[in-house]
Design a protein around this ligand. Structure first.
Ligand SMILES: Nc1ncnc2c1ncn2[C@@H]1O[C@H](COP(=O)(O)OP(=O)(O)O)[C@@H](O)[C@H]1O
Ligand SMILES: [Mg+2]
Length: 254
């Protein structure tokens, strides 16, 4: 399970993204980007953040540390912005916190260079989790300490919105033509050879164990949170084996 921290102060909304994440202080004195159960697609977005973030971290990518952030809705009472107040009021309990990288810059694909090895690994990973939110318009990549960091994995794992059709949905290809790193000659075959064998049942069990029970309970068709954890692992295991053959929109060197 992720480390549990409590939110003690709401600092400011981060207006850049669509889901209105907020900057908050935790009772461990850390500063976190907080994503709310009461926002848009709710807790499934947070589950996707945990599955993808913790999987990416274990595959060697840089991902800000994730925690659960307990929220007492009274924190919203003093908020002047009604939209923020409503979000805090509807998000009592465990929310997601991502360590705030102060001084990080948004990644600009025209201003930074990325090697074909790293570009290949990131595109391959996004294909694995079906990330539709890493376009050149909206890369959801940060630059800190001279390195690329991955953020914002809420719009991934599309199959978890319709479990009965999950296997069919996970069998579909991935269109990378709009990907933020498409122009860096991503080495997809190299990435697949390196990463695919590391996406094992054991690794996925470790990753899905990080999801708080609270965000898994009560899903129709699943008796227990652990049953749903196994459903999260299954399409990823299947996709890891062959997804690099089904990535479209990238010209590969022959
Ligand atoms: N861990 C972080 N450290 C620093 N800035 C961040 C972090 N996470 C998000 N941000 C900033 O907040 C913005 C919105 O966060 P993001 O996770 O992309 O949410 P949204 O779902 O709203 O797009 C990002 O584009 C980035 O500028
Ligand atoms: Mg974003």
């Amino acid at each position: 399970m992720l480390k549990e921290v409590n939110a003690t102060r709401y600092i400011t909304p981060l207006r850049e993204g669509g889901s209105l994440p907020g900057l908050v202080e935790g009772d461990d004195f850390g500063t976190y980007v907080m994503k709310f159960t009461g926002a848009g697609q709710g807790r499934k977005t947070l589950v996707a953040e945990v599955v993808c973030g913790e999987l990416a971290r274990r595959l060697g990518f840089r991902v800000p540390r994730l925690v659960t952030l307990g929220l007492d809705p009274v924190l919203g009472l003093g908020e002047p912005d009604p939209q923020v107040q409503e979000l805090l009021r509807s998000s009592g309990g465990a929310n997601l916190g991502m360590e705030f990288l102060s001084g990080a810059l948004g990644f600009d694909p025209l201003a930074f260079e990325v090697g074909s090895g790293e570009a290949g690994r990131i595109v391959w990973f996004d294909a694995l989790v079906n990330n539709v939110d890493r376009s050149w318009r909206n890369p959801n990549l940060l630059r800190a300490d001279g390195e690329v960091w991955l953020i914002d994995h809420g719009a991934t794992l599309i199959w978890h919105h319709n479990w009965p059709g999950a296997d069919a949905s996970a069998a579909r290809p991935y269109d990378a033509s709009d990907h933020a790193l498409a122009r860096f000659r991503p080495d997809l075959a190299g990435a697949a050879a390196d990463l695919a064998p590391r996406v094992t049942e054991d690794l996925l069990a470790e990753v899905t164990a990080e999801i708080p029970d609270e965000w898994l309970a009560g899903e129709p068709g699943f008796a227990t949170p652990d049953e749903l954890r196994r459903a999260y692992a299954r399409p990823l295991l299947a996709r890891a084996a062959g997804i690099h053959e089904r990535i479209t929109g990238i010209e590969e060197d022959k």
